[in-house]
Design a protein around this ligand. Sequence first.
Ligand SMILES: *Cc1c(COP(=O)(O)O)cnc(C)c1O
Length: 400
Amino acid sequence: MSELAATAKKLDAADELAGKRAEFVLDDADAHVYLDGNSLGALPAAVPGRVDDVVRRQWGSLRIRSWDESGWWTAPERIGDRIGPLVGAAPGQIVVGDSTSVNVFKALVAAVRMAGEGRDEIVVDATTFPTDGYIAESAARMTGRTLRPVTPEEVPGVLGDRTAAVLVNHVDYRTGRLHDLPSLTAAVHAAGAVAVWDLCHSAGALPVGLDEHGVDLAVGCTYKYLNGGPGSPAYLYVRRDLQDRFDSPLPGWNSHVEPFGMRPDYEPATGAPRGRVGTPDILSMLALEAALQVWDGVTVEAVRAKSLALTDFFLECVAQYVPAGRVESLTPAAHEERGSQVALRCEDAGEVMKRLIERGVVGDFRHPDVLRFGFTPLYVGFADVERAARVLGEVVAAQL
Ligand SMILES: *Cc1c(COP(=O)(O)O)cnc(C)c1O
């Protein structure tokens, strides 16, 4: 056994989260290493049974009674409160539903409306996942504001009394860089603007502290580190003291104070339900609820500690196994700037990832030259990490 393999064995033996892996449906660890949980989380074992019950009994047998008797109607806020502790939000501030793209729209337009008429600029993270940028551009056009795309590092320098709202990603989806949420939020507030955070690549991987840091609005998806399944609904956080000022650009009947009053005039609900739009997607929402059971007894702090240990160990193994100069890490070495993934720049990255997948190491390729590996502490172990780096070294050496 190599020295790194022996180290992996020791680290796995001391890992307090190691038992969590059994709560997921995964291939035999000797055959596959799944490092794409930052794109689509693995299937929690509790989900198939729950979905079967929801479909056969709740829908098939109880039918319309389930809106009440099976708790369908209240699911968006109930599940929002289950996500709350993972992102540092007290109950009553998160609603689950719609996609992240739709929630970015709701949050950003509502943020501009909160900021008031005098402020005519929206600042957006220029390095963002494309959908956030597209939606921000449309939101700016619709609200008559100017869009100002800058990198997160440049944000403090462009803030001023013209700034209405700022949309930033907590972790860069491409490089894995973690941005400084507390200090950026404070800078946005000092300028009198509204901070909107996208948590897609941080929720479930590291502490966010929404309440603690006074974040105004936040959105995130649930199919990455929260393992909700393909297309599972996203969530919207509106800080409690801003809820009465949340003026949704999509005021659907589900967000009405009296949805079954069927009134012609719109009057928004109070609290988190104000973030709803239309009928919730119950099947995927309840699959998500079952998926969130894997968090029982787990603290985000423990997840973060293991995540950093995994990415540190991966970088160490890559340095040892991959021929010098063949890959270059785009992910910051400093822990306070690192999310839960490692991005390696590599010539022929597309071809290299194809070979890796053939050999059972699943990460993903980001155009044009990035290999991306996501580390999900609930089901990835240190032996997986050692193996992934070893296979990467072999694949890259064979490509020379
Ligand atoms: C994954 C991701 C999304 C996904 O948006 P969908 O509407 O769910 O397709 C959006 N923004 C960021 C930053 C993401 O990482």
